[in-house]
Every structure is written in structure tokens, then in C-alpha cells.
Design a protein around this ligand. Structure first.
Ligand code: BTN
Length: 271
């Protein structure tokens, strides 16, 4: 069996800055050769607030984390893995809808790069033809018991090795190479995502998820389909109505409309 990829050439940081254009000064981007998890690195030692948006990118993550305590498997050159530290201004909207806004920014980026049929699975998986292309892990950084910032982790599959042993999931997994042929370079992709993400986060900070809701609904992979939501309590089975103004998932059940808040929830086509 082929060995899994372990190295990559150094990133072209000048090309990244060029591609970001006027947005380049907004960001402080640290590209690490390797770390356990870019989310953990930002959570454990958040850079001082200096007005920049701090981004940690890793060519290799040794212990990438996904939602619900899962692992996020990635390999150098096979995946783009990075995290953004987004600080909340006082009075900022509740973070519940933030991860949906991030998923929407990813979908828009991929559409602009020419990928058709990008869909979003609540709260923030990015799917193409039902298979998972990217995932988002938002974790909050508390300050005196109030969330002061979010660490927004993004993992995007670029070219998964044939012998990657990714645990089976509904719909399977996919990568950009399969969906669009030659994927853009890591630098170009990162700059395209940050260029879409930054204004999206600003809109979210100013107006909350309400303004982004209809764009999210248009890409809802399960719109009006029968779903099963498994959370901490009993499963909820019904028809997926989409997200509400706060980013909660609405499901029409035989007892009325259930509102599912952010948490450990999975969504499945009901049998
Ligand atoms: C999921 O779909 O479960 C979320 C996956 C998020 C993975 C990214 S990769 C960069 C960042 N660092 C991590 O450890 N996780 C996120």
C-alpha cells in the first residue's frame, strides 16, 4: 500500500499576500509546518488582540479534531486545514448562527471557483452531491464566563490519498480534485476563503444570522426532506424546514415545529 503523504513544499506566502490584495493587512497569518490542531493552538495560546484577524494554517495536523469529539484526518497536500480567531465586539450577536455563516462563506467561495451543486448540511458541513467536502469546528474562547472570541476551524479535502482510511459516513467523503479536476493551490484557496469569510463575519457581527438566512436556506441540503435529528435526548423525526433567525434548525414533527439549537446534533434522511 502507498505511504500516506508526509511533506509538502513550503507555502508561497508572497503569493498568498498578493492574492489577498487589499485584505492582506487585515490578517496575521502564521503557516505552521505541523501542529496537533490549529484550533487547539489558537485556543491554548491566543495571540494578543492587536486589531488583526489571526489565522493559523498547518501543512500537517497530527491530532485534528472534528465535531462531536471525532477525529479530523488530513495529510500534507491532501487537505487545507486552518483556524481563524474572530473576536466578538461587546453586544455581538449570540454565536449560535456563526458556524452557519462560515459554512455559507465556504459554499460561496467554492461556487465562485466554479464548483456547482455545493450544499450545506446543518449546522455547517459542506457537501457536494451528498458527499462531505469540508467541515467547520467553531469553539468559543471564554473570558470571565462570557464568550470573547471564536476559533473557527476549517478542514477542506483537496486530494485525499487513495489509501486514506476515513471512517464511513452517510453520503461518503469527497475532495476538490474529484469534483473539479486540478484544485487551486493551497495559497489561492486560502486567500479565496478568507476573502469571502471576512465580509461574512462582519455582516454577522453587525446584523446576526438573519441577513444571511435566505442564502443559507437556498443551499440547505435537506430542505423540505424527511430528517432524523439525533441529539442528547430523544431523536427528532420530521420535515426539515431550515434554519431560523438565530441559526437554530427547525423541524416540523407530528407535534408541531421543533427548534434544534447548536449542539451535538446529527441530521439524517429518515428511513
Ligand atoms: C467537522 O466536520 O467535524 C469539523 C472539522 C473541522 C476540522 C478543522 S481542520 C482545522 C481545524 N483544526 C482542527 O483540529 N479542526 C479544525
Amino acid at each position: 500500500m502507498d505511504a500516506l503523504p508526509t511533506s509538502q513544499p513550503a507555502p508561497d506566502l508572497a503569493a498568498l499576500t498578493d492574492a489577498l490584495g487589499p485584505l492582506a493587512p487585515v490578517f496575521d497569518i502564521r503557516w505552521l509546518e505541523s501542529c496537533d490542531s490549529t484550533n487547539s493552538a489558537l485556543l491554548d495560546a491566543p495571540p494578543a488582540a492587536d486589531g488583526k484577524v489571526h489565522v493559523f494554517v498547518a501543512t500537517r495536523q497530527n491530532a485534528g479534531r472534528g465535531r462531536r469529539g471525532r477525529q479530523w484526518l488530513s495529510w500534507p497536500g491532501a487537505s487545507l486545514t486552518f483556524s481563524v480567531l474572530w473576536r466578538f465586539a461587546p453586544g455581538a450577536p449570540a454565536p449560535a448562527g456563526l458556524s452557519l455563516a462560515v459554512g455559507l462563506a465556504l459554499a460561496r467561495t467554492l461556487e465562485k471557483l466554479g464548483l456547482p451543486a455545493v450544499a450545506l448540511k446543518w449546522p455547517n458541513d459542506v457537501l457536494v452531491h451528498g458527499a462531505k467536502l469540508a467541515g467547520v469546528l467553531v469553539e468559543l474562547l471564554p473570558c470571565r464566563n462570557v464568550p470573547s472570541a471564536a476559533v473557527i476551524g476549517i478542514g477542506l479535502n483537496l486530494r485525499l490519498p487513495a489509501n486514506a482510511n476515513i471512517p464511513a459516513r452517510e453520503g461518503g467523503v469527497t475532495d476538490l480534485a474529484r469534483e473539479m479536476g486540478e484544485p487551486p493551490s493551497r495559497e489561492r484557496l486560502l486567500s479565496a476563503i478568507l476573502t469571502e469569510l471576512h465580509p461574512m463575519l462582519v455582516t454577522y457581527a453587525n446584523a446576526g444570522f438573519g441577513l444571511l438566512k435566505s442564502a443559507w436556506q437556498q443551499r440547505n441540503a435537506f430542505a423540505n426532506l424527511p430528517v432524523r435529528v439525533s441529539g442528547e435526548g430523544a431523536d427528532i423525526v420530521g420535515i426539515c424546514l431550515g434554519a431560523d433567525e438565530d441559526g437554530a434548525l427547525l423541524v416540523r414533527t407530528s407535534d408541531g415545529v421543533s427548534r434544534v439549537l447548536a449542539g451535538e446534533v446529527s441530521l439524517r434522511a429518515a428511513s
